[in-house]
Design a protein around this ligand. Structure first.
Ligand code: G16
Ligand code: MG
Length: 220
């Protein structure tokens, strides 16, 4: 039975992808090329420096390591401006009730995000106390699709990987959860998230009975 639920942040708890996109687009603009919304899919769940590498490849631009660090810092400053204005109203539908029900049932909860800004975002959203453990981009060396962030989250909770279910919106994150030996529920489009055990549009109709294996008339 499931003892722990591990959540990705961007695209699962809150749509920060739109702010990442605005900041990357601004960076591309300053470097003289356009960054199209379609290309943003490639950045989901991917680390900041890897995202920059993808953007520079799209723009056909080569930068030194020092220049890359400068542009990444600039992008992050813009991103922080955008998320600074975030409020709890931006938490995605159904997330808070679902987290509360899990906790009432004694299922442990963790956040496992690639973002180095995860702590700040949880603070802006006011939902830090709903997680028993928070593992973010500052706590791990290897980014998704490496399983490290999920393995670390399970270890912090003291729950074996086989008893964890992960909620992810990104292909790289689903691969990471799989690599950790965990069940994965994809949030988004089943045509994109083909490696998930199950894909749902959002949390509004997800019943925690699905995770505990208890019968329910409204599992999905
Ligand atoms: C998130 C986003 C990625 C972003 C990464 C790093 O991961 O999905 O697009 O590049 O964090 O973010 P930051 O620049 O804030 O460290 P996740 O794992 O929460 O989906
Ligand atoms: Mg995500």
């Amino acid at each position: 039975t499931m003892q722990a639920a591990i959540f990705d942040l961007d695209g699962v708890i809150v749509d920060t992808a739109k702010y990442h996109y605005l900041a990357w687009k601004r960076l591309a603009g300053e470097l003289g090329f356009d960054f199209a919304p379609e290309d943003n899919e490639r950045l989901k769940g991917v680390s900041r420096m890897r995202s920059l590498a993808i953007i520079l490849e799209i723009g056909g631009i080569r930068l030194s390591e020092a220049e890359q660090a400068e542009w990444a810092a600039r992008k992050n400053a813009w991103y922080l401006e955008y998320i600074g204005a975030m409020t709890p109203a931006e938490i995605l539908p159904g997330v808070v009730p679902f987290l509360n029900r899990l906790r009432q049932r004694g299922i442990k909860t963790a956040l496992a995000s690639a973002s180095k800004n995860a702590g700040l975002i949880l603070e802006k959203l006011g939902i830090g106390p709903l997680f028993d453990a928070v593992v973010d981009g500052n706590a791990v060396a290897k980014a998704k699709p490496d399983p490290e962030v999920f393995v670390t989250a399970a270890a912090r909770l003291g729950v074996p990987a086989g008893e964890c279910v992960v909620f992810e919106d990104a292909v790289a994150g689903i691969a990471a959860a799989r690599g950790a030996g965990m069940a994965v529920i994809g949030i988004g489009d089943p045509r994109i998230l083909t490696e998930a055990d199950l894909v749902i549009a959002d949390f509004t109709r997800l019943n925690e009975a699905l995770l505990t294996g208890e019968p329910s008339d409204a599992a999905l």
